[in-house]
Ligand binder design. Structure first.
Ligand code: PXL
Length: 267
């Protein structure tokens, strides 16, 4: 059977841990052919790891997108960091026109290690242009609160209420990643519009979690592209990221990525 083709529409993290670098590593590990449309270049100042964010111009985003759609075709796609309202609306319009069968929206609003939301004004654009197209949306608890119009998610009922609200905005399935809601457990919860499925594991003890969110959504897209159910894709992604966290390592004193080959490394 021909290899499945999966597209990431996301930013470059030149440190290699998140963004399209994480997505393409994940696609390779999950045995799909990865392609990318770059929306933004992220660099980090070596002194304090402050992020320097350079959006790609709209015409260049369009040209890349047309290379792949209609130029090649995809079995699934994901979106990651989309740095401006104009880029979110443009990517949303192109994805709507291309009618991508399986779309995972990772509503990236912050990078780990930076406390300030990078692009707070983008939330409304994501709600307008991306959520109605999403087969799966994968916010962390901060992003889920922003999308749901809530202040903070610190209890199970609050997380479930946020998932219901985000589902009502048009995403067909909502996965909220809530690593810190339980004392010793990390959790992802899937809401398909009818039922909640909580995936709970003992927390992997590591400070190095960079790229976990990007890799999670990339893995969901890869599995959907290969024909998995949403519940199956989410479970695989949960386990894939968990293995990656077990093999995570520091790049310097500021940042450490998950390791996509953690299972192979241990074996
Ligand atoms: O982890 C969020 C993220 C997504 N995409 C890019 C990033 C980051 C955080 O550094 O750089 C390109």
């Amino acid at each position: 059977m021909a290899v499945k083709k999966v597209l990431t529409v996301a930013g470059s993290d030149c440190s290699g841990g998140a963004g399209i670098q994480a997505d393409l590593k994940t696609f390779q590990e999950r045995d799909v052919y990865g392609m990318s449309v770059l929306t933004v270049l992220v660099a980090m100042r070596p002194e304090d790891w402050g992020h320097v964010v350079t959006p790609v111009d709209i015409a260049t985003i369009r040209t890349q997108f047309r290379t792949i759609l209609p130029g090649i075709g995809v079995d699934a796609a994901k979106t990651g960091m989309l740095p401006t309202v104009e880029i979110i609306d443009t990517v949303g319009a192109m994805l709507a026109e291309a009618d991508v069968r399986h779309l995972v929206v990772d509503p990236v609003m912050v990078c780990k290690g930076t406390s300030e939301p990078l692009f707070p004004e983008n939330t409304q654009a994501m709600i307008r242009s991306l959520l109605p197209l999403a087969e799966v949306v994968t916010p962390n608890s901060f992003e889920a609160a922003q999308l749901a119009g809530m202040t903070e998610l610190s209890t199970v009922p609050e997380v479930e209420e946020a998932a219901r609200r985000i589902h009502a905005l048009g995403a067909r399935n909502v996965v909220i990643k809530v690593p810190r809601i339980f004392a010793d457990y990390t959790a992802d919860v899937l809401f398909d519009g009818a039922a909640f499925t909580w995936l709970k594991e003992e927390r992997v003890q590591t400070a190095w979690t960079h790229g976990a969110g990007c890799s999670f959504s990339a893995c969901v897209a890869a599995e959907l592209g290969k024909g998995a159910t949403v519940a199956g894709a989410v479970r695989t992604a949960h386990e894939f990221v968990r293995a990656g966290l077990q093999g995570s390592f520091p790049l310097n004193k500021f940042v450490g990525p998950i390791y996509h080959k953690a299972l192979a490394k241990q074996g």
